[in-house]
Design a protein around this ligand. Structure first.
Ligand code: ZN
Length: 167
């Protein structure tokens, strides 16, 4: 009876550990990343197989595969060299991280208010093109983000709503 209880507690402990490792790997490797393709030297947007990384993380160091790449539209495959740089620093290149860093300390080019706190679920900040068009991030292909950030300005959610609202 006591032995059964010890085994059950041990099994639950192992299960908890496995779930924690899987969950942690999933959180690290999910999300679109912008990387510099080692094959072409140009920016590309990649998505990893975060679910597979979570499964492999249960038994060993997580090994995320490449699920999608913006460069695969013209060519169907590549040698996935970028995975080496992504595994070395998984946080680097995450789109949300790049944008949060870019907005940091900036003010809205329309109303001048500081973009102090960024809300990515609601009230997402937007951007203004050199042609003074307000754009949402969903309209920007991720692989073009590094180039877009050099030419566009930050716009707050309030200005986006005021500009696009139709009465
Ligand atoms: Zn504004």
């Amino acid at each position: 009876m006591v032995a059964d209880l010890v085994v059950a507690i041990f099994a639950l402990g192992l299960l908890g550990l496995a779930l924690r490792r899987a969950g942690s790997a999933y959180l690290v490797f999910r999300g679109t990343r912008v990387i510099t393709c080692p094959g072409t030297g140009q920016h590309a947007a990649v998505d990893l197989a975060a679910g597979r990384a979570a499964l492999t993380a249960v038994f060993r160091a997580p090994t995320p595969g490449l699920r999608d790449c913006s460069r695969w539209t013209g060519q169907t495959d590549c040698n996935r060299e970028c995975l080496t740089q992504i595994r070395a620093s998984p946080e680097e290149g995450l789109v949300r991280r790049i944008l949060t860093k870019w907005y940091g300390g900036k003010s809205c080019v329309s109303c001048g208010r500081p973009l102090a706190e960024i809300h990515w679920t609601r009230r997402k900040p937007c951007l203004m093109s050199p042609g003074l068009r307000i754009l949402e991030w969903k309209d920007i292909p991720p692989e073009t983000i590094p180039r877009v950030l050099e030419t566009h300005g930050p716009v707050c959610w309030n200005c986006f709503v005021a500009e696009t609202r139709t009465w």
